[in-house]
Design a binder for this molecule. Sequence first.
Ligand SMILES: [Zn+2]
Length: 250
Amino acid sequence: MPRFDAEYVPRSAMAIYAHPDDIEFTVGGTVAKWARAGCEVTFVLITSGNSGTHDRKFTRKTLERVREREERESARILGVARVVFLRHGDCELVPTLALRKELVRRIRRHRPEVVLCNDPQALFFDDRYINHPDHLAAGKAALEAVFPCAEMELLWPVAGPVHKVHAVYVSSTVAPNTWIEVADTIETKIAALAAHRSQLGDRDISPMILEWARGEARRAPAGKASGKKSPSRPKNAEAFRVMRIVREEN
Ligand SMILES: [Zn+2]
């Protein structure tokens, strides 16, 4: 039975997020680390980010095409096995029953040991950022799909045979309980983000990503680190609230 701590690598994982680049910004280092260690990773993008520009040369259709291409390139850099686009409208996402059912279908088909998603309770970050409504909706729909719906035999049998996810790694959370050291994959994360040129242009985002990872690491209490080289505290971290659905053995 897995431990779900900072050292744990699942056999398979599914990241369910709202927009192309969300996964890379929040959990890209962890995804690259797990993929490198043999984890089969699936990305599920609920929208293709087709409202995400102020550049009037795009239409929603042309932007969708560009952003899906960027996401596929980024996923390749991170070592991801597959990318699924559900093509809901960007800035229009709500956690409907229909969306929950779509996600249950994906979970039952690909059968991930772990699901990663946003924290639907994280509305405010300091005084600087009001969380995007799509992030909240995606997080809520993902959690509802994982538990209890994906594992209930009598619910939606046409969505495939039931599947029990072992744990959820909730990112961008105000209440983290696990910090994953990403020092070895942070350059891969930065390279993956650079593939999202429609969002970032040619801007060098390395200083921002490194500062953010160090800031996350500083929030970790001593003893919550991963990696034998840093037994007490991580140096560059991504933080999660890990929810254990299958209980660990002592
Ligand atoms: Zn986003």
